[in-house]
Design a protein around this ligand. Structure first.
Ligand code: A3P
Length: 344
């Protein structure tokens, strides 16, 4: 299929409401956000331009798409999908960073081409790191159109704001989900990683931001319910981060079956070792240290991209009062839904 799917952005876009703006202002955070469509997904105002280009990126039968709200284990799942599909080419994986092998297409909402060039020009990083940075200046939706063969594509956008062609091209798609309490903790650190000026933000304020749906791609329950609704579709795999952590072998074999690949016990062992959190954190191909080297991410190790990698870390962050509030939020959002949350 070629040609445009949409001539103009098909969803209604509104300014966020005044009380949300006031709340964001009270935390010194940007109010430059919009609501999109009936579920009021939060997005950058660039959604009507860059978001339109993403909607017009045609899926192909050989594609592998990965969906999931940030901090749900998408990086680990990307690496698994890429390695299994490429017959465990660990050497190839080490030669090119994951973001370039398996682009995260909506990163454009955070940094566009000109900003990348500017950052790389001003950076004192090594020429190798600058080269990695400059490659981000090519908008993924353009380079992917020029890519032949298997394409690996990740998005944190909700399914309904992504190209609908994923579901009629005959390609494979995966959705990663994780218990929201652990997602919130991980997202708290991730936002501090990529917005060093958020360093002083308190966890209780971040919880309010999340609950009120004031970060891009929220509300969380709507996002996950869209993946959950597809869980029995052909060519669609719904995964929980917690299963990947607790039942590594079974989860890896499930992904391999989904990709029509077979793995020996030795292959599975190699993949499990590769995913070991200590090793993964040091793996330059996946750990995103280049963002810190380029001066656009925090140096604070507490927030590093590959962080703790465990289930249940929320217990160290939610006070009894916040936890009661979170339990109520969860209960309210699970009313009239068969969505299952993993044990944590
Ligand atoms: P924590 O911050 O709780 O440690 P995403 O890749 O979707 O952004 O998800 C990031 C979360 O997955 C982070 O969780 C990160 O540490 C964790 N993660 C990444 N690689 C992992 C691995 N190999 N094993 C376990 N957890 C991993």
């Amino acid at each position: 299929m070629s040609g445009k799917i949409f001539d103009e952005y098909p969803f209604e876009v509104h300014q966020i409401d005044e009380s949300s703006k006031q709340f964001l202002k009270s935390l010194n955070l940007t109010t430059d956000l919009v609501y999109v469509g009936p579920k009021k997904y939060v997005a950058s105002p660039a959604v009507t331009t860059d978001g339109l280009n993403l909607l017009n990126l045609q899926a192909r039968p050989d594609d592998i798409w990965l969906f999931g709200y940030p901090r749900s284990g998408t990086t680990m799942t990307q690496e698994l999908l890429w390695l299994i599909k490429n017959d465990l080419d660990f050497e190839g994986a080490s030669k090119e960073i994951l973001d370039h092998r398996f682009p995260y297409i909506d990163s454009i909402f955070y940094m566009d081409s000109s900003k990348w060039i500017d950052v790389c020009n001003k950076s004192n990083a090594s020429s190798e790191v600058k080269e990695i940075g400059l490659k981000y200046s090519n908008a993924h939706y353009k380079t992917l159109q020029e890519t032949s063969g298997n394409r690996f594509i990740k998005t944190h956008l909700p399914i309904s704001l992504s190209t609908p062609t994923v579901f009629d091209a005959g390609c494979k798609a995966v959705y990663c989900a994780r218990h929201p309490k652990d997602v919130i903790v991980s997202d708290f650190h991730c936002n501090k990683l990529f917005h060093p000026d958020w360093e002083k933000l308190q966890f209780s304020d971040f919880w309010q931001l999340f609950k009120r749906g004031l970060l891009q791609n929220l509300p969380w329950f709507e996002h996950v319910k869209e993946g959950w609704a597809r869980r029995n579709d052909k060519n669609f795999l719904f995964l929980y981060y917690e299963d990947l952590i607790k039942n590594k072998k079974e989860s890896i074999l499930k992904i391999a079956r989904f990709l029509d690949k077979s793995l020996t016990d030795e292959d599975v062992d190699k993949l499990i070792q590769h995913l070991d959190i200590e090793k993964f954190r040091k793996n330059k191909s996946v750990n995103n240290d280049h963002f810190t080297d380029l001066g656009i991410a925090s140096k604070n190790k507490e927030h590093q991209f590959i962080r703790k990698g465990k289930v249940g870390g929320w217990k160290e962050y939610f006070t009894p009062a916040l936890n009661a509030d979170a339990d109520k939020w969860i209960k309210d959002n699970l009313k009239n839904s068969d969505l299952k949350l993993p044990d944590i």
